[in-house]
Ligand binder design. Sequence first.
Ligand code: DX5
Ligand code: ZN
Length: 216
Amino acid sequence: KKTPLIAPSLLAANFLEIGKEVEMVNNSAADWLHLDVMDGRFVPNISFGFPVITPVTKLSRKVNDVHLMIEEPEKYAEAFAKAGAHILTVHIEACHHLHRNIQQIKSLGMKAGVALNPHTSVSLLENIITDADVILIMSVNPGFGGQHFIEQTYTKIRKLRELIDASGSKALIEIDGGVTVDNARGILDAGADVLVAGNTVFASRDPQATILALKQ
Ligand code: DX5
Ligand code: ZN
């Protein structure tokens, strides 16, 4: 049985206690800290920006995994590097020049991630699969936490696993949206490497125990 990387999503945290929430993650078995940036254009919601991200990454001792749900992400890549992002993930649907965007992110010293909405086919990754460090499959429509996991995602994960293995790509498969302790095993068995979890972690009675449960 393989052990997944766990990436708690700060979107579900209590923002009045944000320092304590980051320390909780620091002192947990989590591997990455997932930061969701929404612009109100690419997705029908607005989350947080640099005034939140910069102090959070200063406090964080985990890999800072920034998920951009924004139009024109190339305009902000440098600012996110300066704000402490280690992994910068852009949506394929928001990029006219994805290959260039990936090279830009890497040239800024970050790992490059590519995210796919639920309707987007894994086959579109064929020509950049060896360039990307992370592929993030959205298992809900992006914009909000606390939604239900879309079952079709299992098929997408299996297809992506095949594509990655056949190409010799080292990309990690990250699953984002509706991940629970109950469905984690099935997601991993389909071929995922990284599990994002917002409400499952932060709304639980013992978030650190829940992170451990997700890892097992
Ligand atoms: C949704 C975000 C997710 C979200 C996941 O647009 O990309 O990262 O925080 O939240 P849960 O785990 O509650 O579905
Ligand atoms: Zn996310």
